[in-house]
Design a protein around this ligand. Structure first.
Ligand code: CMP
Length: 140
């Protein structure tokens, strides 16, 4: 089915100047950019976005990392977009990520792991709405 998912290019990958290379992977896989913005997240925004992880031991490090520089936030639209994006990203820990995935090629650690992608269709809708009003997301 046609789906939308939320993708974030994290501060490490923005600093590496690989936004375009990552967008090319989305496009070559048939995902279309339906919304996009660069943003410096506030601590409150990052904490709210990752609220499901707030009891995890890595939560404060995750938030500090996500506010350490600008991020590129996009909505990706396409057939099976949620799983397709997760396949392109590879495993959360780049040490476990399959060759040719975004994290295998651009991530340095489980914290600085280049990209975020929604893990389910349900969370995708929540995450898209967290960053984009409906009028700023375009059917492609
Ligand atoms: P992300 O998909 O953005 O969702 C939560 C992030 O927490 C995850 O990517 C990782 O960058 C980070 N993280 C750090 N340690 C862990 C861990 N042990 N398990 C899962 N995620 C972790």
């Amino acid at each position: 089915a046609l789906e939308r998912t939320l993708s974030i290019i994290k501060p490490d990958a923005v600093a590496k100047n690989v936004i375009g290379e990552i967008y090319t992977r989305f496009e070559k896989a048939g995902l279309k950019v339906a919304a996009s913005k660069m943003k410096q997240l506030s601590k409150q925004e990052a904490e709210g976005f990752y609220a499901v992880h707030r009891e995890r031991p890595f939560f404060s490090a995750l938030v500090e990392f996500m506010i350490s520089g600008p991020v590129m936030i996009q909505v990706l639209e396409g057939e099976g977009a949620v799983l397709k994006n997760r396949d392109l990203m590879g495993a959360t820990n780049p040490k476990d990520a399959a060759p040719g995935t975004i994290r295998a090629d651009f991530a340095d650690s489980i914290d600085a792991n280049a990209v975020h992608g929604s893990d389910s269709l349900e969370n995708a809708a929540i995450e898209v709405a967290y960053f984009f009003p409906a009028t700023d997301v375009f059917a492609r």
